[in-house]
Design a binder for this molecule. Structure first.
Ligand SMILES: C[S@@+](CC[C@H](N)C(=O)[O-])C[C@H]1O[C@@H](n2cnc3c(N)ncnc32)[C@H](O)[C@@H]1O
Length: 315
């Protein structure tokens, strides 16, 4: 038995949702938070192995839902205060949309969040006057979002959906975004971009934050140990955790900057900006491998700001 190593990239602590339909969902309808129905065991295997290796795409993509269902509470206990109940925080560096304005003017805009987790971002956007719909593949994360709504007296539109099969009509949103949701956890992110391109109107904006690809060359250590590159930046093997039964419990996928750009262009998007947030002076909080030591020297997050050309649909 190999000894499990800490997960290098996930912004959480330990060990991943949706009912694709194809029809428009009215954001004013009751949130749908369905229990998992994909035949995946509810019991998580004990962790047997962790490392960088190829696994079947179907296994890696499916793991996202089970892991986030199983770890929703723990994740939010650790990071919920930092994220806030209603705030749009893009990354462990703490960049907030209220300061960054990456989504543009959202008043009255139809905004889709994918991989929304407990929907803190959409809850904040609704407070700014947007018509926000929060989607996530994990019923556990959305249920936590519903509890935040109950506590706050808000009513965020929550829809359980895999970002690769969005249950919305073509051209039904003005803006789409995600802060670290979905894309890192699927082997086929091009499908996410294609779905976002389909549900956005021509000219619509798509903004997503992911771990900065450069980080994949370094150990996921927030201290000095995380400053020396030990892996090839070009090694695309995913980071996976495998249970005793052989089941993939967790999978996270690396794409180089060039890979991200190629996938975006392939889906018909135009890249406007690549934002690399700096680590703020005095920000001492670590989040997994993110923290002030590495933040002083290495980028931790890449935020892609893109749009569909006016008058054209995504491809
Ligand atoms: C790191 S969290 C980001 C959520 C939120 N922005 C936050 O910071 O807490 C990643 C989210 O992506 C979701 N996710 C993973 N795979 C997904 C998929 N295929 N489709 C939609 N959401 C997915 C997970 O369920 C989880 O809620």
């Amino acid at each position: 038995m190999s000894s499990p190593t800490p997960s290098p990239h996930r912004p959480a602590t330990t060990t991943p949702p949706a009912s694709p339909a194809g029809s428009a969902v009215d954001p004013s309808t009751e949130p749908s938070v369905e229990p998992r129905d994909d035949g995946v065991d509810d019991d998580q295997d004990a962790l047997e192995e962790a490392g960088y290796r190829e696994v079947p795409d179907a296994d890696g993509g499916r793991a996202g839902r089970g892991w986030w269902d199983a770890n929703a509470e723990e994740y939010l206990a650790e990071h919920g205060d930092f994220l806030g109940a209603a705030d749009l925080c893009w990354c462990p560096e703490g960049l907030r949309e209220a300061d960054a304005h990456l989504l543009g003017d959202v008043v009255g805009a139809r905004v889709l969040e994918i991989g929304a987790g407990a929907a803190q971002c959409s809850r904040w956007l609704a407070g700014q006057g947007a018509h926000a719909v929060a989607t996530d593949v994990s019923g556990g994360m959305l249920a936590a979002g519903r509890r935040l709504d109950t506590a706050a007296g808000t009513s965020t539109a929550l829809v359980q959906a895999d970002a690769r099969a969005l249950p919305f009509a073509d051209a039904s949103f003005d803006v789409a975004f995600t802060a670290y949701g979905a894309i890192p956890f699927v082997p086929d992110a091009a499908r996410v971009h294609a779905e976002v391109a389909r549900v956005l109107r021509p000219g619509g904006r798509w903004v997503f934050a992911v771990t900065h690809p450069v980080r994949w060359a370094f150990p996921d250590d927030p201290g000095e140990g995380g400053l020396t590159a030990t892996r090839s930046y070009f090694d695309r093997r995913p980071y996976v955790e495998i249970g005793r039964s052989g089941k993939v419990l967790y999978a996270e996928y690396h794409r180089t900057l060039g890979d991200h750009v190629a996938e975006l262009v392939g889906a018909g998007f135009v890249l406007d900006r690549l934002v690399e947030p700096t680590w703020p002076e005095g920000h001492e909080r670590t989040w997994g491998g993110w923290g002030p030591v590495r933040g002083a020297r290495l980028p931790g997050t890449a935020i892609f700001v893109t749009h569909l050309p006016p008058g054209e649909r995504g491809q």
